[in-house]
Design a protein around this ligand. Structure first.
Ligand code: SF4
Ligand code: SF4
Length: 246
């Protein structure tokens, strides 16, 4: 998906939602294969009705049905639904779009980013010496480097795993810079969970700008959520600042 003109994140998400609503036949196959359905409020709701609630919401319905809401908010991102769709729709992306739209009308977890950011800093500070803390929290100076090791924000709760990975990169002789911490969030929390779309747009742009500051050949992602947000939910959006696409 490529677009030539810059567009706002809100307009992009609305267009993506409408495109899925137009294509989905509500067959329910994505719900039938989903492993979280048996554990939530949608367990006794017919699959076509569960997905129908999502599609109707993306198509303009005011409220998200409770069973459909539970499905969207408990999606674990496993991707089992993707090959199940006979229409080539990505149901995981469909649920991300529904979550963002629902949160923008009243988030169930407002101020999630602020609370998460504080918890991350406290937990990291309890586990790291100052030199290590600076390495993962303070953005390095811009320079050309082939690899950006992108930590996201939440992984800094368990910094020993990140430093193990950096030790492997060091042994391999890799030239890389670390980008991570709450100030380098991918924007998924503001966009998908807080429903603050304009804030999410700004946060995402900041993260991409940090990557571009190193002109890297590749970005190594640690967090599984960041590439889903940047590379799947936002795939194809034209960035206002550079007119490039994600
Ligand atoms: S990605 Fe989400 S909706 Fe799809 S199968 Fe996994 S948990 Fe279910
Ligand atoms: S499998 Fe595809 S077409 Fe069928 S309900 Fe799910 S998203 Fe829609």
């Amino acid at each position: 998906m490529q677009r030539s003109a810059p567009q706002s994140l809100a307009n992009f998400l609305a267009a993506e939602a409408q495109a899925i609503a137009d294509r989905c036949t509500k067959c329910g196959q994505c719900v039938s294969v989903c492993p979280v359905i048996p554990y939530g409020a949608a367990v006794n709701t017919p699959p076509a009705q569960v997905v129908g609630g999502i599609v109707d919401f993306l198509g303009g319905q005011e409220q998200l049905d409770p069973a459909s809401d539970t499905w969207a908010s408990t999606c674990n991102g496993c991707g089992l639904c993707i090959p199940a769709c006979p229409e080539g729709i990505n149901p995981r992306k469909m649920l991300a779009l529904a979550s963002a739209r629902s949160a923008s009308r009243g988030s169930k977890i407002p101020e999630l980013f602020r609370r998460m950011s504080r918890a991350i800093k406290v937990m990291a500070a309890m586990q790291l010496i100052p030199e290590e803390f600076r390495r993962v929290f303070v953005p390095p100076r811009r320079r050309h480097t082939p690899i950006v090791f992108y930590l996201g924000c939440n992984a800094l709760r368990t910094p020993h795993l990140l430093f193990n990975s950096m030790a492997v990169l060091d042994v391999l002789g890799s030239d890389y810079e670390v980008v991570g911490g709450p100030s380098s969030c991918c924007g998924v929390i503001a966009t998908k969970w807080e429903g603050e779309i304009r804030t999410g747009e700004r946060v995402t742009a900041n993260a991409i700008d940090r990557f571009e500051g190193f002109s890297p050949e590749r970005v190594l992602n640690w967090c599984p959520t960041c590439p889903l947000h940047l590379g799947e939910t936002l795939e194809g959006i034209a960035r206002p600042a550079t007119n490039s696409t994600i």
